[in-house]
Design a protein around this ligand. Structure first.
Ligand code: ZN
Length: 137
């Protein structure tokens, strides 16, 4: 019986992928909101749960000069939603303390798209703020 077997040294690492289309849409939304932040949620494919393919914009998400505020009580109960995305109008795609608090509470994967919102200025983090790699396909 292997279903309960756990390897403590190497916890299961999911291999995340994101569609190029979804990533481009994130960059577009970030550019549109600039110099304010934008925030949204990440949704995976129903069959391939490691493939992020949709950006969900929350109704009532506030973008502000300092930080995107996620109204997560409005978050739909939807298990294809795996995490969050938001933009940083500055060049640093590192999570702030507020971001880390958000990451710990909501979801497994979090993308930050920093200015100038392109393929060289985004990063993904796990719930603990550890950087993780996402392949775009
Ligand atoms: Zn942030």
């Amino acid at each position: 019986m292997s279903i309960f077997k756990k390897n403590k040294k190497t916890p299961e690492k999911r291999e995340w992928n994101i569609t190029e289309k979804c990533l481009k849409l994130i960059f577009e939304c970030a550019k549109d909101s600039h110099p304010k932040e934008f925030g949204g949620l990440l949704r995976v494919n129903e069959k391939d749960k490691n493939l992020i393919e949709e950006l969900v914009l929350l109704p009532g998400t506030i973008s502000g000069d300092s930080h995107a505020i996620f109204r997560l009580h409005m978050m739909p109960i939807d298990y294809t939603i795996v995490g969050t995305v938001h933009s940083h109008p500055g060049p640093i795609a590192r999570p702030s303390d507020a971001d880390l608090a958000l990451f710990r509470k909501h979801g497994k994967i979090h993308i930050i798209s920093a200015y100038p919102y392109n393929l060289d200025s985004w990063n993904a983090y796990d719930y603990d703020g550890e950087e993780i790699k996402i392949r775009y396909i």
